[in-house]
Design a protein. Structure first.
Length: 77
């Protein structure tokens, strides 16, 4: 168990319209995807891959925080 008291918490906001590449699993906002192909696949292999899955938003009423000191994720209903 960590000795951290989790005093430096950051609220993690829900991200909408996120896409995940089927090949490299890069997750990116749809607004940031200027070209239709995955920038990570193009940079690493030179291939333009257009296969993305939409990432579902969690609408379960859970608020998520991250401790800046130790990095732990805290979920609160």
């Amino acid at each position: 168990m960590s000795a951290c008291r989790h005093l430096q918490l950051v609220l993690l906001r829900e991200q909408k319209n996120r896409l995940r590449c089927r090949h490299c699993h890069l997750t990116i906002n749809a607004d940031e995807l200027t070209s239709r192909y995955c920038p990570e696949c193009f940079e690493s292999s030179g291939k333009r891959r257009y296969d993305f899955d939409e990432v579902a938003n969690a609408t379960d009423g859970i608020t998520r925080y991250r401790c800046e000191d130790c990095g732990v994720m805290i979920e609160v209903k």
